[in-house]
Write a protein that binds this ligand. Structure first.
Ligand code: HEC
Length: 190
């Protein structure tokens, strides 16, 4: 019993000492190797690299993995070049059209309208875009629509920075599905 009481008071004293922390002094560190990093920190100077930085700049002209540069500038000539060169890498399918619809409603419908008729919410204040179901848009090649989305055209701003390339192609499929009734009606006209 005596030992137990002594043991308890020694433990209590030890805990009390442990709690009285002098914040101006470093505390006891357990496994200090976990705190001190052996390699150079990402943003620390580095005497071993070409530019003296640990995180080196990518080599000039390097591109991110999975990114394919589009070798077409803005303007109608480039759009025509894209029209003949570029093919839609996706087959039309339900998931492709579904994704195309989501992307169209997210990035295009506020101007072009959810049905593509040029009656989106901002069309009242913005020069009204042409209907995507009209004769001219029906005649655009897939590659040309991809180019228009990427680089813009006339008053339409470029969307290359906000719509991923695969979404642009899926939008093209979705646009084709929206155009399909107008296309059939056109064929029916004598
Ligand atoms: C800020 C409003 C706006 C947004 C957003 C917008 N467009 Fe346009 N779009 C226009 C205008 C305005 C034109 C007419 C451009 C011109 O020739 O001056 C146009 C033209 C087009 C044309 C060419 C039609 C033709 O007959 O020449 C296509 C195709 C097109 N847009 C597709 C899209 C798609 C797909 C998206 C979504 C990724 C989109 N646009 C987003 C305003 C917009």
């Amino acid at each position: 019993m005596k030992w137990l009481i002594m043991g308890t008071s020694v433990l209590a004293a030890a805990l009390q000492v442990g709690c009285e922390r002098d914040v101006s002094q470093p505390n006891l560190e357990y496994a200090p190797d976990m705190y001190g990093s052996v390699p150079y920190d990402s943003y620390a100077p580095n005497p071993n690299t070409r530019d003296g930085k640990t995180l080196m700049a990518p080599a000039p002209g390097s591109i991110p993995r999975g990114y394919s540069p589009l070798r077409y500038g803005p303007g109608p000539e480039e759009a025509t070049r894209a029209a003949t060169d570029l093919k839609n890498p996706f087959e039309s399918s339900e998931p492709v059209l579904e994704r195309g619809k989501v992307a169209f409603n997210r990035y295009c419908s506020h101007c072009h309208g959810s049905g593509g008729l040029g009656d989106g919410l901002v069309a009242a204040r913005f020069p009204r875009p042409p209907s995507l179901l009209a004769e001219h848009a029906l005649g655009l090649a897939d590659g040309q629509i991809f180019h228009i989305i990427t680089q813009g055209q006339g008053l339409m701003p470029a969307h290359g920075s906000q719509v991923a390339p695969e979404d642009r192609w899926k939008i093209v499929h979705y646009l084709r599905s929206m155009q399909s009734p107008a296309r059939t009606a056109r064929k029916d006209t004598p």
